[in-house]
Write a protein that binds this ligand. Sequence first.
Ligand code: ARG
Length: 282
Amino acid sequence: MSIDAPVLSEATAVPVRTATKRTVLMCKPQFFTVVYRINPWMDPALPTDTSLAVKQWQTLYDTYVGLGFDVQLIDPIDGLPDMVYAANGGFVIDNQAYGAKFTHVQRQPEGPAYMEWFGANGFDVRVPVETNEGEGDFLLVGDVILAGTGFRSDSNSHAELSIIAGRPVITLRLVNPSFYHLDTAVAVLDDTTIAYLPSAFDAPSLAILQERYPDAVIVTEEDAAILGLNSYSDGYNVVIAARAKDFERQLRERGYNPIGVDLSELLLGGGGVKCCTLELRR
Ligand code: ARG
């Protein structure tokens, strides 16, 4: 696995991308299963294989370690099967951890569990007033935070986060229940580049995205339908769903290094690569 961006000759039109080492928080899916349905991907009638989920998750963990990331772990809690989706545990910036306040009762105990971890690990915990699902709906692009609403995070949380983070927060409204978190419809590739699925947004939100990111990667419905956008980039290496073939091609064309992983078991809960990853910014 190559982790450093190659230096390309100026004759090629492909830009040179730069990787920066990331610190992320993950949670082993030791208690993963699907026993309730809070998004269209989840079907409690379908069997899940917890040991396979752990094996697939371990591949993602190993990929991050191989990329030189600092990967931190929070202990999974029995009875909280969605805790593996660490992205929802909060939003961390400038050593401040804005806690999550979950929409659905089934996940509500995760909010305090993650806040406890942040506090014990030296972060300044900001207890949320407004309903929000952390990095599932908040994505930092350069110095701006894109924020999703419509299914989970309340738009009031956007204003709350803006004050805490001291950065502009741009509200985007999601309209397709299959893409219920912003990180299922937008991928951040670097400080100025995103990839997204246009049909996941209402018209005003789509206009904002088109205006701000005229060079964005537009993914196919097929790739989005396997949560291909739910990926994590260090600026050069982009860890994506292995089955998102067109996205992979587009990333390569633009000078990124796509790395495919198979998280099919965690897709049964409605999550992928990014959902399992919470960035920690000291
Ligand atoms: N089953 C979880 C839920 O519905 C999946 C969360 C996926 N996480 C994400 N960041 N998109 O809440």
